[in-house]
Design a protein around this ligand. Structure first.
Ligand code: ZN
Length: 224
């Protein structure tokens, strides 16, 4: 099961609301969360009143057993190299205990030696005699690195598709109706819903695989 904690957020506009922050994402149980990650909306809270968005920069584990992907993600990409090493050392110690390989790419190395991908990869091998079916643990800093790993594991039709339902109405009822429709599709098609509030525009985004989003679009298109 994915694991999250509910936080009470107080927006600068005065609105108080709850927001869910994931510490552990398992895409077998919650396939829609893969698309929240790819769309950059995981652990981002949106104020339902003014639309202000805030990202929670907490590390989390991303597990996609279907694609043998296990990743420790620190969303802050601008932390020092020393801090990155410290995290890595800690993870290595824990995971070698249980016999999981730890993979880490040097981001700087990769930048300077473009075209030589994989050059900056270090792998801590699993200890002998500790056989496990667990995939190696990737350690990444910054969400873009996680998105890169996920995209590399997905087939074309499984990649991120998106669809916007939009109204210029200021009426609560109409906006609520739009959100209800989106939520209905989302639960049927295992998609993620995200709301974007602008002064003159209310948009409900649906994120899912291209295959699922395509199916929703066909349903929404009047047949003629
Ligand atoms: Zn607000």
């Amino acid at each position: 099961m994915s694991h999250s904690t509910k936080y009470v957020i107080t927006c600068p506009c005065g609105m108080v609301f709850h927001s869910r922050v994931y510490e552990y994402v398992n895409t077998r149980q919650d396939p829609q969360l893969r698309y929240a990650v790819l769309a950059g909306s995981l652990n981002v809270s949106t104020c339902p009143n003014c639309g202000r968005r805030a990202m929670h920069v907490r590390p989390f584990i991303y597990s996609d057993p279907e694609h043998s992907l296990l990743v420790y993600v620190d969303p802050s990409s601008d932390i020092s190299e020393e801090a990155q090493w410290l995290t890595l050392e800690k993870l290595r110690a824990v995971h070698q205990e249980v016999g999981i390989e730890v993979n880490y790419r040097f981001p700087h190395e990769e930048k300077t030696r473009s075209g030589e991908r994989g050059r900056g990869v270090i792998t801590y091998e699993r200890q002998q005699g500790k056989e496990t079916s667990a995939p190696p643990l990737h350690v990444v800093f910054g969400l873009d690195q996680l998105q890169e790993l996920i995209n590399a594991s997905l087939r074309q039709q499984e990649r991120l598709g998106r669809l916007a339902l939009r109204t210029h109405s200021q009426r609560e009822a109409e906006r609520g109706q739009l959100l209800d429709i989106a939520r209905k599709f989302a639960s049927e098609m295992q998609c993620q819903v995200d709301v974007e509030i602008l002064p003159a525009e209310y948009t409900v985004w649906l994120y899912g695989s291209r295959r699922q989003i395509g199916a929703i679009m066909r349903e929404l298109t009047p047949q003629g």
